[in-house]
Structures are given as C-alpha cells and as structure tokens.
Design a protein around this ligand. Structure first.
Ligand code: NAG
Ligand code: NAG
Ligand code: NAG
Ligand code: NAG
Ligand code: CU
Length: 237
C-alpha cells in the first residue's frame, strides 16, 4: 500500500514516467488534449442480458479529455451487479461474440492484476472506465441508471494510442466479470473544420466547410448503426 502511494506521489511530483507495480510498463497515461467537442462517438450495447446500455463520447470545450455520457437500462436480474464496463481492444465478433473484443484498452501495458485506484486514474488501464469512474449499480438492473464524467486519458485523436475509435468496443460485465453485453464504438458526427483535431492548412479560404455532409456521409455509411441508435432512442422514450 505504502509503496503504491509513494510511487503515485513521485509520479505526481515529477510528472515523469515512473515504472512501478501499479502503473504501466510504459508509464502513466498522459492527459489528452485537442479533443473537439464537435466530434461524437457512440456505442450501444444490447443483448439477452442487457436491454440497453448506451454511451456517448465527445470532446470537451477546452479539448482536455473526453466527455462520456452513459445510460444503462434493464440488465437482467439473473446477472448480479454492480456492473463493470470497459473500452475493449477489438470489435464485437460474429453473432454478438463479446469474447472477440479481446482485452481492455491498455496502451501503457498496466495489466489488471492490481485493481485500478480511482484516486490515481492515470495509473489505471486507459479503457477501465468503471475502475476510474465507478461501476453501474444495481439500479441499472431494476430501472435506468445514467452517469456522466470527463475521462482525461482517452482520446479522439486517431494517432493517439488511447484513441477510442478504430474498431474499439464497450463491454459490460456482471459482478463475476462475465461479459453480458458488448457494442462497437462508432463515429456518428465529425467536425472536419475543427482546428483542434485537424491541422489548419495554409489555404487562404475554405468556402464551404463540409461539416454537415461529412457527418451525414459517415452516418449513411453505417445505416445499421443509425437505425440502432434511432431504435434505442425510441425505446428510451
Ligand atoms: C447522447 O447525445 C445525444 C445528442 O447530444 C443526446 O440526445 C443523448 O441523450 C445522449 N445520450 C446519452 C446516453 O447521454
Ligand atoms: C468468439 O470469439 C472468440 C475469439 O475470437 C473465438 O475464439 C470463439 O470461438 C468465438 N465463439 C463463438 C461461439 O463463435
Ligand atoms: C457470481 O457471483 C455471485 C456473487 O458473488 C455468486 O453467488 C454466483 O454464484 C456467481 N455466478 C457465477 C456464474 O459465477
Ligand atoms: C503550404 O504548405 C506546403 C506544405 O507545408 C508548402 O510546401 C507550401 O509552400 C505552403 N504554401 C504557402 C503559400 O505557404
Ligand atoms: Cu471489460
């Protein structure tokens, strides 16, 4: 305990990569920046055991970290909670195979032998959302439970190892870690004109920023996802 605490303290004081038992082989996760609040990703989890778990991921006003909004509804009473949930490495496999999503997003190679310490979130696996921000409580089973927070270590930048797009997914577990539902993280809206996420060119003018068409094109390309989103929206209403 003492060792872990002091290692975390050193990390805070120096801001350097401190390699120890409770942080990644590659050091602590850095705070991410440049995350546009006009970029939106979503994930929808629906399975035999999860009526609906829906996640929004957007950037923030100052670009630091990403804002996550999530609502869980109707987790089967046969599945004991509280419910951990994470960003996993890969997309859902055929026939809603959650095993195919692999492990938690963990670019700093921290592993999960030591549980995440929410007091030192930079030392946690980047994808360990419930470790850093709390598990979904039993309320997610008896009714609807929503949460909202900024995670400072996930990124909307495709070049960043902590990027949530690019074939990542969300997996919801029961208290015994069994995977009870999963869904892919999909881009639903992208601000192509944002100087935060896209380096401005040296062109003098751009007459028609392709914001609307860009978003529409992406959504159109995954019509099934849009259908699912609308479907869940209707269900929640
Ligand atoms: C996701 O974002 C949309 C659009 O901003 C919003 O209407 C919806 O309520 C959000 N969903 C959750 C689960 O927060
Ligand atoms: C699910 O995916 C895993 C990993 O890709 C695979 O080993 C397993 O056979 C799949 N299960 C089913 C039922 O297809
Ligand atoms: C899951 O955990 C509960 C509570 O700890 C236990 O009673 C139950 O037997 C476990 N179920 C499985 C399938 O491991
Ligand atoms: C625009 O940028 C390109 C690539 O960086 C450079 O080669 C070119 O000279 C620049 N043009 C002007 C007008 O600055
Ligand atoms: Cu998980």
């Amino acid at each position: 305990m003492h060792f872990f605490k002091s290692a975390a303290a050193v990390a805070l004081l120096t801001g350097a990569c401190v390699v120890s038992a409770d942080t990644g082989e590659k050091g602590d996760a850095p705070v991410t920046t440049g995350n546009s609040d006009r970029v939106v990703y979503e994930a929808i989890v629906q399975s035999d055991n999860v009526k609906s778990a829906r996640f929004n991921f957007t950037g923030t006003e100052d670009g630091v970290g990403i804002l996550i909004q999530a609502c869980f509804t109707g987790i089967s009473s046969s599945q004991p909670g509280p419910y951990p949930y994470h960003v996993h490495d890969f997309v859902v496999g055929p026939n809603e195979n959650c095993t195919a999503t692999g492990a938690h997003l963990d670019p700093y190679l921290r592993g999960e032998v030591t549980a995440c310490d929410a007091e030192a979130p930079e030392t946690c696996q980047v994808g360990d959302l419930s470790g850093k921000h709390g598990k979904a409580p039993l309320e997610a089973s008896t009714g609807t439970w929503c949460t909202s927070y900024v995670d400072k270590y996930l990124s909307l930048d495709s070049e960043d190892v902590a990027f949530i797009g690019n074939s990542r997914s969300i997996v919801v577990h029961n208290v015994n870690k069994t995977r009870i539902g999963c869904g892919n993280i999909l881009l639903v809206s992208e601000d192509f004109a944002s100087p935060k996420s896209y380096p401005s060119s040296n062109a003098t003018t751009t007459s028609d920023p392709p914001i609307a068409t860009g978003g529409a094109t992406r959504v159109g390309a995954s019509g099934i996802a849009l259908g699912a989103i609308l479907g869940v929206g209707a269900m929640l209403l």
